[in-house]
Unconditional design. Structure first.
Length: 308
């Protein structure tokens, strides 16, 4: 859907006018700008201010016009600030979901140079968190926990009034501790977050609960607590079905299959591995599909393998 989630903001958001000016400076027709992004009619409506582009359409337009995304937001208008900041967050989150860490680092570098996003501690906290995650997973940061704690201190006051973004950072700390073999410490953190999120805690980002439950299940599995891990996978899968989201469903099916395999329930494990393959096929994620297929072959050759 082209109409962005920010279309409720004042019509003074003249992004369309800026896009039109840039397009004309590039001697580019509307059809050329629209190619591979949306229809020419959509570009016409965006430029006339009848509709606002959503996050990803705007990012693609910026790339084709060869300007940073923030070019559209160089204004003191408060409502434009809200639009820009939400757009930045959604694009960064999209790249992170795709594990495109290098692109996030490039994007954050542009944000730092322009300096329009990180005007307050809340936004700066988000950038530090995203940058830390990317540096860690591209092997450019030795101690991400220190950096994540630094991000947390930007706004943190008390656990009784913890924010959604602070929970996100704590969740990342738990995940990294688990990956570094500190499972017991990670379990304490991830369990507390899971309890908090399931205790009538309102969250605007539904993916946080799914990410936390998945990470919690993985960490329990590393401690050979397979039945508990399977139970968490089931809860997360059912939640995804309830909210009609495919987010991490393939990963959750694989994780459930893995724990069933460790419990020597090989037939049922194979079923869930196959479910994971199907989901990754549908979502056009061949790298994940091939990973699971490789694991299936590995497990068939060595049924009692303990490779995770």
């Amino acid at each position: 859907m082209l109409m962005g989630e920010f279309s409720m903001y004042d019509t003074s958001l003249n992004i369309g006018h800026i896009i039109k000016e840039l397009r004309q400076k590039r001697n580019m027709r509307q059809e050329e700008l629209a190619y591979g992004i949306c229809s020419q009619a959509n570009i016409s409506m965006i430029e006339s201010g009848k509709i606002y582009p959503n996050t990803f359409i705007l990012h693609q337009i910026a790339c084709k016009l060869r300007v940073p995304l923030n070019y559209f937001f160089l204004t003191n208008d408060d409502s434009m600030d809200k639009y820009r900041n939400n757009t930045v967050r959604q694009i960064v989150q999209k790249f992170l979901r795709d594990k495109d860490y290098d692109q996030v680092l490039i994007f954050i570098k542009e944000e730092k140079e322009i300096g329009t996003f990180s005007k307050n501690n809340y936004d700066l906290q988000f950038l530090i968190w995203a940058e830390t995650i990317c540096l860690y997973y591209t092997n450019k940061l030795d101690d991400p926990i220190v950096s994540l704690k630094k991000a947390l201190r930007k706004t943190f006051t008390t656990l009784n009034h913890i924010t959604e973004q602070e929970l996100l950072i704590l969740n990342s700390i738990g995940i990294i501790l688990s990956e570094k073999g500190k499972s017991k410490h990670a379990i304490r953190i991830l369990k507390w977050i899971n309890t908090t999120l399931n205790s009538n805690y309102y969250i605007s980002d539904y993916t946080l609960l799914i990410k936390n439950t998945y990470a919690y299940a993985q960490t329990l599995s590393r401690q050979s607590l397979y039945h508990q891990a399977i139970n968490l996978c089931d809860k997360a899968i059912n939640y995804c079905l309830f909210i009609e989201s495919s987010f991490l469903v393939g990963e959750l099916y694989y994780e459930k299959g893995l724990n069933l395999y460790y419990l020597r329930n090989f037939h049922e494990a194979q079923c869930f591995f196959n479910y994971a393959v199907q989901i990754f096929e549908i979502k056009k994620q061949p790298q994940y599909r091939d990973f699971v297929l490789g694991k299936i072959e590995e497990f068939l050759l060595s049924p009692l393998s303990t490779v995770n």
